[in-house]
Design a protein around this ligand. Structure first.
Ligand code: NAP
Length: 499
């Protein structure tokens, strides 16, 4: 057995549940809090992971008292937790932890109440205080500043930020600077919920806790990699934000590049709080910078028909679809294309990573129609989590050898019938325990923006000078035709689900 790591970087020492914890959610009445955070805390509490003294403080400008907030959360749990998982005693236990404070993060009034609530409790001197910023990013800096002024930030405090962290590199730096004036980097938890998904964590385990894949996981044996995050929904209520952001900022800069990092990264010496993030950063830094000519050739932007009307901005040039080709310039991956694709109102909902291996060097079997010899590993991230390995087999029967593709399927739901926790459950408990391994570090976020910015700049230039618009695609289709052409030019095709 290898020795257990004992360097200061390893998480176990700090990754214990604190006896006293106050979890303050700025934006406690919002969609994220009610749909994701409170149901996640309910599940962890039901599993006995929240010690009795943990409290949850919702903060918003809404004029509701704690009783009203408890009613709101009761309704949210009934809506967002499956009926068979709602246990009345567990619901009541969670509700009893809740408090609501009415305050405007822009205005100094009302903060003394938060101060009183957080300071006036047993164990206040040793309590871990988690501040979850489920509010617009413009409030991140001011909220942190006020917390600091009130003396509510100490070495045990943590702050959690949601995307978007900035609109570009400069604004991301400004947000990180503002939060960084109050919280040290090790106290800042930037959530990318994809990293909390079981299948995404299992990607690391599959790669590094088995021996059979690693020798093949490089440019010698991998032909290319595809990463797809396809949605059937449109922008819904997020129109104003989305029209300002677009798919590249909303999905590629964070989720898709994070998935790329996990596919491409080198094995860390051990899974420590910084080691995984160090390896991901190296991947981001190895992404080949795109020149304007590269952007013109290797990126596609599309918008579903009717998007402009849906967001009340018919002249919009915001993209709801992106496809692009990236390359990781290092010894392992040089020359291997990574094709990334994401879009809204597509014909299916799926998040999937496909590693396509090279054809065997010599075709010794007579080829037959429908045969294929390239192996593919599909890592299914959502809606169903699992893995499929596509192999070539002999079709049973006498006569000649006919080849047929077959797949080895690992469905998480079948292999592990117990309930699979939502990504937020895992991530929130990591925050409470102080384990940042699955969160984005500042340098990762900024390296991702550095790579994305030339694409944004070139698109903006083409929009301004050539009046270019994203290519329209019908809602419910597979996206703009240029996305198929991007791979077609390289003699490849997108792998669609069930292929
Ligand atoms: P939302 O539904 O609009 O909720 C915003 C929350 O912030 C409400 O509780 C609102 O309550 C509160 N708030 C607004 N201004 C405030 C102020 N000045 N002082 C104190 N509280 C204030 O938004 P959301 O969907 O929950 O999203 C919150 C943040 O998370 C956004 O930055 C979003 O981009 C990000 N995010 C959301 C999701 C998601 O699934 N929803 C996913 C990823 C990232 P009052 O209006 O009563 O004050």
């Amino acid at each position: 057995m290898p020795p257990t790591p004992t360097t200061p970087d390893s998480p176990p020492a700090a990754a214990v549940l604190p006896a006293y914890c106050d979890f303050t959610v700025f934006g406690g009445t919002g969609d994220l809090a009610l749909r994701k955070l409170l149901p996640a805390l309910y599940h962890r509490d039901r599993e006995g992971q929240l010690p009795p003294d943990h409290r949850i403080v919702g903060v918003s400008r809404s004029p509701i008292d704690t009783a009203g907030y408890r009613d709101l959360v009761r309704t949210a749990l009934a809506t967002h937790v499956p009926a068979e998982e709602l246990e009345p005693a567990a619901v009541e236990r969670l509700l009893a932890r809740l408090h609501h404070l009415e305050l405007d993060a822009h205005v100094p009034d009302g903060w003394h109440e938060l101060h009183g609530l957080l300071k006036d409790r047993p164990g206040a001197d040793e309590a871990v205080r988690v501040y979850y910023l489920a509010v617009a990013p413009g409030l991140f800096g001011p909220t942190c500043e006020r917390l600091d002024e009130l003396g509510l930030v100490d070495e045990r405090s943590r702050v959690v930020m949601e995307k978007p962290i900035g609109h570009d590199l400069a604004s991301a730096r400004a947000v990180n600077d503002a939060v960084g004036r109050v919280f040290a980097e090790h106290q800042v938890f930037r959530i990318d919920h994809y990293l909390g998904k079981e299948s995404v964590q299992n990607l690391l385990v599959t790669r590094f806790a088995n021996t059979f894949l690693e020798p093949l996981w490089n440019s010698r044996w991998v032909d290319h990699v595809q990463i797809t995050v396809a949605e059937t929904v449109g922008v819904g209520k997020r129109g104003p934000y989305y029209d300002h952001a677009g798919a590249l900022r909303d999905m590629v800069q964070n989720h898709l590049l994070q998935l790329l990092c996990l596919v491409a990264m080198e094995p860390p010496t051990y899974v420590g709080r910084e080691t995984v993030r160090d390896e991901k950063l190296k991947v981001l830094q190895a992404l080949k910078p795109l020149t304007p000519a590269d952007v013109d050739r290797d990126t596609v932007r599309g918008a579903y028909e009717g998007y402009g009307e849906e967001v009340g901005h018919p002249g919009t040039r915001t993209e709801t679809f992106v496809a692009l080709k990236a390359e990781v310039q290092n010894w392992r991956w040089a020359g291997v294309p990574f094709y990334l694709r994401t879009g809204k109102r597509l014909d299916h909902r799926a998040s999937e990573i496909v590693v396509v291996f090279k054809e065997p060097p010599h075709a010794m079997f007579p080829q037959s129609e429908g045969s294929t010899t390239a192996n593919r590993l599909h890592i299914l991230v959502q809606p169903d989590e699992g893995m499929k390995l596509h192999l070539t087999a002999k079709e049973p029967g006498p006569g000649g050898i006919r080849l047929r593709p077959v797949s080895l399927d690992l469905s998480y739901a079948t292999a592990f019938p117990q309930r699979s926790p939502d990504a937020y459950e895992r991530l929130l408990m990591d925050v409470v325990r102080g384990n940042p391994t699955l969160f984005m570090r500042r340098d990762e976020v900024e390296a991702a923006w550095t790579w994305v910015e030339p694409i944004l700049a070139r698109w903006a230039q083409r929009s301004a000078e050539l009046e270019e618009r994203p290519e329209p695609y019908p809602a419910g289709s597979s996206g703009p035709t240029a996305a198929a052409d991007l791979l077609g030019r390289d003699g490849r095709t997108w792998q669609e689900p069930d292929q």
